[in-house]
Design a binder for this molecule. Structure first.
Ligand code: RM4
Ligand code: MN
Length: 387
């Protein structure tokens, strides 16, 4: 795809989902630095998420994390979001913050703990029914710290049993997204450490179980775009959790650490015709420990858009030709020409055509919303990681 009209229409149609937890206070195991104006409820997170959509025009849904976003009436939450012009998106389960989960959740050796974790996952599907969410995202902290601590294969069996029960409970049109992560908090084995393990479980379950690629969840040097290409080919790429890493699961802004990697990933997505449409969900999974949160989300969305635009302007005919001729340097040059294109004027034009300010960062700063929430949100407990 390289004619301007189709590039622009793809950029207009691209959708990015932002995470509710990006707006709460976060930090590391060393310190959580509180910020002013932080939401005190899921409703205020929705208001902040709606701001990101107002200035970017491409983030019409916000993912929630249960229990961080627990509320009495999820249908009402969905209606509240709709009134703000956005929807409740992916429901993220959380079976890693309870004392009971010391030895794991659905793979725990204790049947009582497994049942408790399973009940939480099923509750998340109930919430999806109420909010109209399509996707359930599962990430398990399960694993072991020491050789011999538990039986590796038995843990896989327990995991598979739980996934089967949840999969069978999904309603029409609902999907299960199974995320993997190399290590942490478990340091010896992790029960879903890589895309292969995730894919094996998804394949056993059925077509509505798909893999999530969190860009921060790989060993240094991993070729993530290769994984993306393979999963797309198999029809099992459910979506991304975008963020940046320098060392481990850093959760920094997407496109900050390695914009070239983001381009290479999105190049595979564009090549598979999967940038727009319903199949692949483009989510951010980030925390903003020291930078202001709403502007950081806006910046992140723009980083994804810039990488996507570069992926869209690849001269595919010239690339195919060079590849066919075995012209190694020529093919590489075609890709680098696209990567080195300054797509910011193009994106500014697309925004203007969408009735948006060409500079979302400046438009948000000029809106006064940041000052308003600092003045208003003085009482009560700011949202954070705590359940
Ligand atoms: C995990 C994983 C999940 C995210 C939690 C907060 O490492 O990336 O997607 O929801 O962190
Ligand atoms: Mn993630």
């Amino acid at each position: 795809m390289s004619d301007l009209t189709s590039v622009k229409s793809a950029l207009r149609a691209q959708r990015i989902e932002i995470p509710s937890w990006a707006f709460g206070n976060t930090g590391t195991r060393f310190k959580v630095f509180g910020q002013l104006g932080v939401p005190r409820s899921v409703h205020e997170k929705v208001l902040d998420a709606a701001q990101v959509h107002r200035y970017t025009g491409v983030t019409p849904s916000v993912a929630v994390h249960i229990p961080w976003d627990r509320t009495d009436d999820y249908a009402a939450l969905g209606a509240f979001a709709a009134a703000e012009g956005i929807a409740i998106g992916t429901v993220n389960a959380n079976v890693f913050q309870d004392d009971d989960y010391r030895l794991g959740s659905v793979a725990n050796p204790d049947a009582r703990v497994r049942r408790k974790a399973l009940d939480h996952l099923l509750e998340c599907v109930d919430i999806m029914d109420a909010t109209g969410s399509r996707d359930l995202k599962l990430w398990f902290a399960d694993g072991t710290n020491y050789p011999g601590q538990d039986d590796i294969r038995a843990r896989q069996d327990r995991l598979a049993d739980a996934l089967r029960t949840v999969y069978d409970r999904l309603g029409t049109g609902q999907r299960m997204l199974l995320e993997y992560k190399l290590f942490e908090p478990s340091f010896y084995t992790t029960d879903v450490p890589d895309w292969g393990t995730s894919l094996l479980h998804c394949t056993a379950l059925g077509p509505r179980a798909v893999v999530v690629v969190d860009t921060g969840h790989h060993a240094p040097g991993t070729n993530i775009e290769f994984i993306v290409a393979v999963l797309l080919r198999a029809g099992r790429l459910g979506g991304f959790d975008f963020n940046s890493r320098f060392y481990a699961d850093d959760d920094l802004m997407v496109g900050a650490a390695d914009p070239f990697q983001l381009f290479r990933i999105l190049r595979e997505v564009v090549a598979a015709g999967a940038l727009t449409g319903q199949g692949v969900s483009f989510m951010l999974d980030q925390c903003h420990n020291i930078e202001p949160k709403i502007p950081a989300q806006i910046r992140s969305v723009m980083n994804v858009q810039e990488a996507a635009a570069k992926a869209l302007v690849v001269d595919t005919a010239a690339l195919a030709n060079a590849q066919h001729e075995g012209n190694v340097l020529g093919a590489h040059a075609v890709l680098m020409d696209a990567y080195n294109t300054d797509v910011r004027p193009l994106l500014a034009e697309v925004r203007e055509e969408m009735g948006l300010d060409p500079d979302p960062v400046a438009a948000y700063a000029a809106s006064g919303y940041g000052e308003k929430i600092i003045a208003e949100r003085t009482a009560g407990a700011p949202a954070g990681w705590g359940a």
